[in-house]
Design a protein around this ligand. Structure first.
Ligand code: PMP
Length: 395
């Protein structure tokens, strides 16, 4: 059988492949990107399900609108407007998607003809790289620093490549690095991007999970014509219900995405949408999220403390203000993939950096997730990794 080039050229999800190995009982895994299941409000969701069935009956089980359940779109609009001064998001600016992952795939379908350009953070979210691959784009990598995107590189990229259709960013508690774009960096990006006919995507599934510092306004939302914000309930309520959303004031773009969504799945699961809306209407989301934040902060601190204690000083790592990830940079020339195989022998797993890059392989970086282990297990896993790192360290 001859399969389409676009699928043959799309990498299978590296983390999902790794998780198959790392998921064995006796392995300490920092490889996943999963929310901690103890954070799922199971009882409150059970009540929401019962109540939704009582109140809505068969409506829960019927086909529904492609744009999504109106009360849920209204909730999302209110949440966004409350979160940032000067935003005026209306329910019509919102499309409910099957997770924000679907938003990535659909925007790419709508914008990209084979060879068209996408600016990707380097390193960037591997699920976005995978989703975009399906439309056979040209990736234009722009280096991510501790402050955010390298703005000079971004400007050069836009100036020299007329075919760039959109820029993809994760400005808060970035996956995979855990960094947050500074206010200055956001303003500098805005000053460049506003001069070009491109879409700016701000993918923000982690923005609510902040334990340190003040919330920073979006780069483009509220001031850039071609701004798209993506959000998700995966990290603050539950990922299994597959609920995300696209927010944009660009009506033309939203209409094209709606057409793409009709073709893909007609509409997002209406049972999930109504149940989550019932849950949100009856419970205090902020109080729930603050519990998740406290949990993740203690796990992140346990990992950072263990890294300071057990890692050689030549190894650098990020110190996130929220979210789920820490990014480690080894000495120049040390392969994180080689380290991964050695670590698996010691029964500890992480995600080597390679799948997060569109232009490099055999890199010296890797991602650690702290949200799925207790502080004691985190300490033990980091101790094992530290021992290996001392063995490969040249200094
Ligand atoms: N964007 C980013 C940056 C992510 O890390 C994830 C989840 N790992 C997603 C999008 C997809 O999330 P979901 O489809 O569950 O909303």
């Amino acid at each position: 059988m001859k399969y389409a080039e676009k699928i043959l050229n799309t990498p299978s999800s590296f983390t999902r492949d790794i998780l198959k190995v790392a998921g064995q009982e006796d392995v300490i895994s920092f490889a996943g990107g999963l929310p901690n299941p103890i954070s799922f409000p199971v009882e409150d969701l059970q009540n929401a399900i019962n109540h939704a069935i009582e109140v809505h009956g068969p409506k829960l089980f019927q086909y529904s609108a492609t744009e999504g359940y109106l009360p849920l779109r209204q909730y999302v609009a209110d949440k966004l407007n409350k979160g940032q001064e000067g935003l005026d998001i209306q329910p019509e600016d919102i499309l409910i998607t099957t997770g924000s992952q679907q938003a990535l795939e659909m925007i790419s379908q709508v914008m990209i003809d084979k060879g068209d350009g996408i600016v990707m953070e380097e390193p960037g979210y591997l699920g976005a790289i995978q989703a975009f691959h399906l439309t056979e784009p040209t990736f234009h990598p722009v280096t991510l620093t501790d402050e955010g995107l390298n703005v000079a590189e971004l400007e050069n990229m836009l100036k020299n490549n007329q075919n760039i259709k959109f820029i993809y960013t994760v400005p808060n508690f970035h996956n995979p690095t855990g960094i947050t774009y500074t206010k200055e960096n956001r303003d500098a990006i805005y000053d460049v991007v506003k001069n070009y006919d491109v879409i700016l995507i701000e993918d923000d599934p982690y923005g609510d999970l902040r334990w340190n510092g003040e919330k920073i306004p979006y780069i483009g939302a509220g001031r850039l014509e071609n701004s798209v914000v993506l959000g998700s309930f995966s990290k603050i309520v539950t990922p299994g219900m597959r609920l995300g959303y696209i927010v944009t004031k660009n009506k033309e773009l939203l209409n094209h995405v709606i057409t793409a969504k009709q073709a893909a799945d007609l509409h997002t699961n209406i049972f999930s949408q109504i149940v989550i809306h019932e849950y949100l209407a009856k419970n205090d989301l902020e109080a729930h999220v603050s519990k998740i934040i406290a949990l993740y902060e203690s796990q992140a601190n346990a990992m950072l403390e263990a890294m300071a204690k057990y890692f050689p000083s030549s190894v650098k790592f990020t110190k996130p203000d929220g979210g789920m990830f820490i990014w480690v940079t080894l000495e120049e020339g040390v392969s994180s993939l080689d380290l991964f195989y050695k670590a698996m022998e010691e029964k500890v797993a992480f995600v080597p950096g390679d799948p997060f890059y569109t232009s490099k392989t055999n890199v010296n970086t890797f991602r650690l997730n702290y949200t799925n282990s207790s502080p004691e297990v985190i300490e033990e896993g980091i101790k094992r990794l530290g021992k290996l790192l001392h063995e490969v360290s040249t200094t």
